[in-house]
Design a binder for this molecule. Structure first.
Ligand code: 48N
Length: 319
């Protein structure tokens, strides 16, 4: 009895192109022709069936694309570390301004968005102080105007809209569930100064187990510019600025200060900048390096810090 594998004509499957000739518009359902969801209605019990597939086609559809993306973005123009509200706002601005740049976003969590899926204390609404409403208008997110500030009825409406716009840019690739474990450096000065030249990555689940598994080396992405928006301190937070200290590129961290909305939001936006050559820092990660106050549940500074970080990045590519 031949083993099952030999019985299956593998080449027959390979000969089927990934995009088969199946066309949902002409696929007959009991002689009907389903063209729209409406036409599928009430067909469920009358011969409904999906187009044919072999499991290996699903596997190849996923892996071919993922590894092609890894190959494409191994050399990126910009890497954004952290897909929170600041990192995504940065990506949105860059995606609009420079469709020619290859931009990789590295996000440690399976679910991008960072702390922007809810407002404060797990409440739904998201507050942004003016003039950040300009970002919402550009993005097409509706809000209620309360005078000096605006309110998006659910933070997830902001974050999901922003995320979907970022993911729609053909020159931007999100690698989520992937952590930046280190920074690529190049000598840039007499006393050990370096410029940042990319990131060192690993799948987050691997990163979380370096202490109990040995020799799980990372991957890399080369890029002349890295924009780090990894949030304020926490298990993964403030990653790049902490690494700058351990690499002795900056002396110490200022440490995020107490909550003061008026002071915090102005400082974060105004001071979004290139902290060391090749590394721009924005969002709450900046509060850790500068010792800025925290602002709590108001998100305008995250959006506009992203806008500023994108502008700083564009200067690098205009030079
Ligand atoms: O949302 P966060 O944490 O960071 P920001 O700066 O985009 O937004 C901060 C904002 O949510 C606040 O904290 C608000 C305004 N509250 C302020 C306050 O006073 O409390 O997003 C950072 C993202 C997260 O998704 C992390 O998973 C990710 O960065 N991340 C990383 N991704 C890849 N590699 C890493 N090493 C890494 N570290 C963090």
């Amino acid at each position: 009895m031949a083993p099952p594998a030999a019985m299956f004509n593998e080449s027959a499957v390979d000969s089927v192109p990934l995009k088969s000739t199946f066309d949902v518009k002409t696929f007959p359902i009991q002689n009907g022709k389903a063209k729209t969801l409406e036409e599928l209605a009430d067909k469920w019990d009358h011969g409904f069936k999906f187009a044919p597939i072999r499991e290996s086609q699903v596997s190849r559809a996923m892996t071919r694309r993922y590894f092609k993306d890894l190959d494409t973005y191994a050399e990126s123009d910009i890497v954004i570390v952290g897909a929170g509200s600041c990192g995504l706002s940065t990506a949105y601005q860059l995606g609009k301004a420079r469709p020619d740049l290859k931009i990789a976003i590295i996000e440690a969590s399976v679910s991008p968005g960072g702390g922007a899926w809810l407002g404060g204390q797990l409440f739904s609404a998201m507050v942004m102080r003016k003039p950040a409403d300009a970002f919402l208008t550009d993005l097409g997110v509706p809000f209620e105007d309360e005078g000096d500030f605006v309110v998006v009825k659910h933070a997830a409406l902001f974050t999901s809209t922003l995320l979907s716009k970022v993911l729609s840019f053909p020159n931007i690739k999100l690698f989520n569930a992937t952590a930046v474990e280190d920074l690529i450096t190049r000598p840039s000065g007499p006393d050990g100064q370096v410029r940042i030249a990319g990131v060192v990555t690993n799948w987050t689940l691997v990163t979380m187990h370096h202490d109990d598994q040995s020799c799980m080396d990372p991957n890399t992405i080369n890029a002349p510019l890295v924009i780090s928006t990894t949030g304020h301190d926490g298990p993964f937070g403030a990653f790049s600025v902490k690494r700058l200290v351990s690499m002795q590129q900056i002396e110490k961290l200022g440490g995020m200060r107490g909550l003061d909305m008026n002071t915090a939001e102005d400082a974060i936006v105004i001071r979004t900048r290139e902290v060391v050559p090749g590394l721009i820092v924005g969002g709450m990660e900046l509060s850790e390096v500068d010792g800025a106050n925290r602002m709590g549940p108001t998100f305008g500074a995250m959006a506009l810090s992203g806008v500023k970080a994108a502008e700083e990045a564009l200067k690098v590519f205009e030079e």
